[in-house]
Design a protein around this ligand. Structure first.
Ligand code: PMP
Length: 423
């Protein structure tokens, strides 16, 4: 009997080894990781060189506390990461996970306004559906009924008003104006920031808005003094076919939240890249971001991040994500020709989604959703996917996310498609 407090009462296979796109369990069964865990293991499992980098850092300096020290690896990595943005002067705040990073961004946004004498700006506008994390603040900012239901009341709902999901069939600029309509209703002087996931992952199967949407979001935010927080925890670091997903809309946000692919599963690493004006407001105001976690800026995590970035750059994995993603998308569209329950195939780079449901009504099937069943069947056949049924309130939103490691070979992607077809 297991002593682990598992996520559910189902029986979990015990994983013992990972290599490239494959994982093996204790019985010797092999799985093709078509979801990189939860779109995390972007350079695959057991990548040679990463363990050495972790070992070197563990021997040299495994830990310092952020109230006492910075570290050579923190300084070097922050400069490297910030250097990937088209604008200079961004500062990196490193934490251990995406939820911590989202909460850090929310608090930074509120502090930014407070330092400037606008403490009435407390609201964080978000979208529905959306997922920004599991901690209470990040969950309050998430429009995802199924994950919220058992934990009500969440934090002050009035502080997290929501606009509807983007609709890629609608003109991007027009679609984005839903934000302005809400800001005007609320009174923009009560709003600190708008948070959105540029290419939506867990809550909406690789959905992204039409051209022009995020440029208009940025203009609206600027017009009303609202900060724009981009949550690229899932879609960043090459996953959606560009180093940062928002660059596909030619936008750099005020706060850019990263996680998952940052250390690609080799260590817990996430963080926020903050624009120079946000950093300046804090430092020239009260002089301190009164926020911190014991493991924030952990040297071993940062060494993992640095080594992972090296692999991404050396192996040209951003470009690979774009090309392999186009090929996989085409393969999934072929599959959709043969299975009418696949209502839609979409995505960017190697962040791809299948929307599933009843071909006659074009609605999701009743619980348990088709995605859940397909995910289970795929798992039984040795293919890992990331099903998202029940993500929304009510019956809509039955979908499956696919996101194999960015360095998966053509042959491995073909194998993914065959396993999915069998499932
Ligand atoms: N934001 C997004 C967009 C995510 O996909 C996730 C995780 N699925 C999070 C935030 C939360 O990250 P974590 O699970 O590392 O706390």
């Amino acid at each position: 009997m297991s002593s682990v407090f598992h996520r559910s009462a189902k029986t979990y296979p015990v994983a013992v080894r990972g290599q490239g796109v494959y994982l093996w369990d204790a019985s010797g069964k092999r799985y093709l990781d078509g979801a990189s865990g939860a779109l995390v293991a972007n350079i695959g499992h057991g990548h040679p060189g990463i363990a050495d980098a972790l070992g070197r850092q563990a021997r040299a300096l495994p830990f310092v506390h952020g109230s006492q020290f910075t570290s050579e690896i923190y300084e070097r990595y922050a400069a490297r990461l910030a250097g990937l943005l088209p604008q200079d002067g961004y500062r990196f705040w490193a934490v251990s996970g995406g939820s911590e990073a989202v909460e850090s961004a929310i608090k930074l946004a509120r502090q930014y306004h407070t330092e400037r004498g606008e403490s009435g700006r407390y609201r964080i506008v978000t979208r529905k559906p959306s997922y920004h994390g599991a901690s209470l603040g990040a969950l309050a900012a998430s429009g995802m009924g199924a994950r919220r239901a058992l934990y009500r009341p969440l934090l002050n709902e009035d502080a997290f008003p929501k606009i509807p999901r983007p609709d890629p069939r609608v003109d991007g600029e027009q679609d984005a104006r839903q934000l302005e309509t809400l800001l005007l209703q609320l009174g923009p002087e009560s709003v600190a920031a708008f948070i959105a996931e540029p290419v939506v992952g867990a809550s909406d199967a690789a959905l992204s808005p039409a051209a022009g949407y995020y440029q208009e979001v940025q203009r609206i935010c600027a017009r009303h003094g609202v900060l724009f927080i981009a949550d690229e925890v899932m879609c960043g670091l090459g996953r959606a076919g560009s180093m940062f997903a928002l660059s596909q809309w030619h936008v750099t946000p005020d706060l850019l939240v990263l996680g998952k692919g940052l250390a690609a599963g080799y260590a817990p690493l996430a963080g926020v890249l903050a624009a120079p004006h946000v950093h300046a407001a804090v430092m020239e105001g009260s002089g301190a971001f009164k926020h911190g976690f014991t493991y924030a800026g952990h040297p071993i995590s940062l060494a993992a991040g640095d080594a992972v970035l090296e692999v991404i750059e050396q192996q040209n994995l951003v470009e690979r994500s774009r090309c392999a993603g186009d090929a996989l998308l085409a393969g999934l569209r072929d599959l959709a020709q043969d299975f009418s329950q696949i209502l839609e195939v979409r995505g960017r780079g190697l962040m791809l989604g299948l929307v599933l449901g009843d071909p006659d009504t074009r609605e999701a099937y009743d619980d348990p959703g088709l995605a859940e069943r397909l995910g289970r069947a795929a798992f039984a056949h040795g293919l890992i996917t990331y099903p998202g049924s029940g993500a929304l309130d009510g019956r809509r939103g039955d979908h499956l996310l696919l996101g194999p490691p960015l360095n998966a070979t053509d042959r491995e992607l073909d194998e993914l498609l065959s396993l999915l077809r069998v499932a």
